[in-house]
Ligand binder design. Structure first.
Ligand SMILES: *Cc1c(COP(=O)(O)O)cnc(C)c1O
Length: 356
């Protein structure tokens, strides 16, 4: 049977009002890719899967929540939506709003949005406004605007975003037949970790699939949940999790706690190293923030001697590498240039001895 999108697939399990009118780009249904080479690199003896959320229609998991939020808004006749965004929410909101025939307005922190995300928001037709401030400032502003004007807020404070994002947990259990022992994922505004925990708990009540321990991972320069207080000026290369005051921080801490898991921080170097080896060892290229969950797993194995033997681990890779190409090409020398002759090419790729 043809796949008809997340609302068609899981509607009965999502707490959405009756007026909801499905707007879909056939999001979700993303692959759970085995990562044996990376598992071996991390010491081996366990099973590792990557839930590759970068393969959603606009290149990030945000589409799961957005199909729900926009469908609910469409059903009650909303004509304009707004969000604050580090980039991926903007692109997703813009795409789903366009599909629903709505206008979208996105607020982004000045100069801190990756090229592929800004391009997406523009391509899908959003009105893009830069704020001379942080994501947290932008979020405070859209909350106020949406209270004051007939404009619907589609940030993850919107409860339907969380409903939609629960579906990733359902998919994992449907594919594996049970929940993994550990689930690792990046944490920014903390909507996603909140949604996964809600999804696993709901599915466990229904199907006895068990519950994972959650490993939520923040960037060291933007780690309010690890430090225990907001971060005024969050800084990290992982722009999608460059958030100093997570809207669902309390829920994230509760989820980690209830699951017997934890929230930790890793350095930008660990994140970029993981981004690199994931692409190199498994052929999976993700944006920096998306590598944070796996970087956290590696950190736990190396520094905390976390014992993974015989376990099944799922890492959520939240967004595609193409979202942030500059991270890879920045500081790169131009690829080597050769004359259009076979001997010149041979010399470069086979080494000097062979080409004469
Ligand atoms: C939004 C986003 C995150 C963080 O998700 P939260 O729900 O804000 O915690 C992580 N990675 C990517 C690629 C994102 O777009």
């Amino acid at each position: 049977m043809q796949y008809r999108g997340l609302l068609a697939q899981y509607r009965a399990l999502l707490n959405l009002p009756a007026h909801t009118r499905p707007i879909t780009l056939l999001e979700g249904n993303t692959p759970l890719i085995p990562a044996p080479h990376l598992a071996h690199e991390l010491g081996g003896g366990f099973e590792l899967f990557i839930k590759y959320e970068g393969l959603n229609p606009t290149g990030s998991f945000k589409d799961r929540g957005m199909t729900a939020a926009i469908s609910e808004a469409a059903g009650r006749g909303v004509t304009t939506v707004i969000c604050a965004s580090t980039g991926n929410t903007a692109a997703s909101a813009a795409a789903y709003a366009s599909r629903a025939g709505m206008k979208s307005i996105v607020l982004i922190p000045q100069g801190k949005v990756a090229a592929g995300k800004l391009a997406g928001a523009v391509a899908y037709g959003a009105q893009v406004v830069q704020i001379d401030g942080s994501f947290d400032d932008a979020l405070a502003m859209v909350v106020e605007i949406s209270n004051k004007h007939p404009i619907a807020l589609v940030n993850s404070i919107n409860p339907y975003r969380i409903e939609g994002q629960k579906t990733a947990a359902f998919e994992i259990c449907d594919v594996l037949g049970q929940s993994p022992e550990w689930l690792c994922l990046p944490v920014g505004n903390a909507g996603n970790i909140t949604a996964y925990w809600a999804g696993f708990r709901q599915y466990n009540d229904l199907k006895w699939c068990g519950l994972p321990r959650l490993l939520g991972v923040q960037a060291a320069g933007a780690a309010p949940l690890v430090l225990g207080h907001p971060v005024e000026k969050p800084e990290t290369v992982a722009t999608a999790i460059r958030i100093g005051k997570p809207a669902r921080g309390e829920q994230a801490l509760e989820a980690a706690d209830e699951s017997d898991g934890r929230i930790i921080a890793v350095s930008d170097e660990e994140i970029l190293h993981m981004q690199k080896i994931l692409a190199k060892l498994e052929g999976i290229w993700v944006e920096p923030a998306s590598a944070a969950g796996l970087a956290g797993l590696a950190h736990q194995v190396v520094h905390e001697k976390l014992d993974l033997r015989g376990k099944r681990i799922v890492a959520i890779c939240t967004g595609h590498g193409l979202k942030d190409p500059d991270i890879v090409t920045k500081g790169l020398h131009q690829p080597i240039l050769v004359a259009p002759r076979l001997d010149a090419l041979e010399q470069v790729i086979l080494g000097e001895g062979k080409a004469t």
